[in-house]
Design a protein. Structure first.
Length: 357
């Protein structure tokens, strides 16, 4: 979804300019074609590898003592992500982190949804925040630069201009897989800057309620880390989540739209072997469901912002020259909501076929 041009981030609207899908297979083809890289901040546990080795003197002391869930809550109470000293100068050279105000930064990963479980493992936490790319870019977001790949003159310029971005990789640990980007200061934010948050599945209902009671973040979208970790669990548990209000799933509908209902909790007892088998057989559809869950949270909000802005402009000549794709985007932007329901219905028909009731 996010494309990069000379370090500038853009939302790729290519799929929104195509004709609206009219069949189930066209929906799958559309979702297959969309790359799903977004920007995430994964909240670290104090027990993760990074913090046990490098946290002293870097992290605010009150924050350092919190577990991942408490940190996640604190971020929304204080409305800030705290920058801390990183980079080559602290990680590889003998400099005290507390003396390095010049290289404090907040880290994000520009990652595909399939890569998030690896980030959860590295940070020891299933808590995360997906920010809108334009908000981060307007706050100075830039990619980490690895000195291993640079000439001497480039290194001098980078040290002079962007020391907070510099790293080196080694055979012991090659962190390039993280696709890390940084902002060189504390980051304050509001609800409008966030596409969605990620929480562990057993905490989903709790945090839906917790955010509803927070006046500043009452409309925030909460999704389970199962969305990224286990596509079959995501399918089974998604309709059961407190904020979805599915009254059963009507499958095998006839020409009049009538079918019979099944209830997701029928399948809570599937074994890991059964889930693995189903996941392999319905791999494409499950991937599309996961991708669409992410897409419907990010794209709907971001595109709606664009559409609202366009409606404020009354100069027809300006509209025609700067917004030539408005009509097509308008017809396409809310399509994911229908897609989510259709994918779930089709996959539950698959569950009935494979396992019965």
């Amino acid at each position: 979804m996010i494309t990069i041009d000379n370090y500038n981030l853009y939302y790729n609207t290519e799929h929104l300019l195509l004709p609206n899908p009219k069949t189930y297979m066209e929906v799958l083809d559309r979702l297959d074609s969309i790359e799903c890289k977004l920007l995430y901040n994964i909240i670290s546990s104090p027990t993760c590898r990074y913090e046990t080795g490098f946290s002293e003197g870097r992290i605010n002391e009150h924050y350092r003592q919190m577990d991942a869930e408490s940190r996640f809550k604190n971020i929304f109470i204080e409305k800030v992500l705290y920058a801390n000293p990183k980079s080559y100068f602290v990680n590889k050279l003998n400099i005290q982190a507390r003396d390095c105000e010049e290289i404090k930064s907040v880290s994000f990963t520009l990652s595909d949804y399939k890569d998030l479980p690896r980030h959860f493992a590295a940070r020891g936490s299933d808590y995360g925040i997906c920010f809108f790319h334009d908000f981060l870019q307007n706050n100075g977001l830039r990619p980490v630069v690895y000195l291993n790949d640079k000439e001497e003159e480039d290194k001098k310029q980078l040290v002079f201009n962007s020391p907070h971005l510099l790293e080196v990789y080694s055979e012991i640990y090659d962190m390039r897989w993280e696709n890390e980007w940084r902002i060189s200061h504390n980051l304050t934010f509001s609800e409008e800057d966030i596409a969605f948050v990620i929480v562990p599945p057993d905490k989903h209902s709790y945090f839906v309620d917790w955010f509803c009671k927070n006046d500043d973040f009452s409309e925030i979208q909460v999704i389970s880390s199962n969305t990224f970790r286990s596509y079959v669990d995501h399918l089974i548990l998604f309709p059961q989540q407190i904020d979805n209000n599915w009254d059963g799933i009507e499958i095998h509908r006839n020409q009049y739209g009538k079918g019979f209902k099944v209830y997701p909790d029928y399948f809570n007892g599937l074994t890991n072997e059964e889930k693995t088998m189903f996941g392999r057989k319905y791999h494409r559809e499950l991937n599309c469901l996961t991708k669409n869950t992410i897409l419907s949270n990010y794209e709907y909000a971001y595109t709606n912002r664009f559409l609202r802005f366009r409606r404020k402009i009354r100069d027809q000549n300006t509209i025609d020259s700067l917004f030539p794709d408005y009509a097509q985007i308008l017809s396409n932007f809310d399509e994911p909501y229908d897609t989510q329901r259709n994918l779930i219905i089709a996959l539950y028909e698959g569950l009935i076929y494979e396992f019965g009731l």
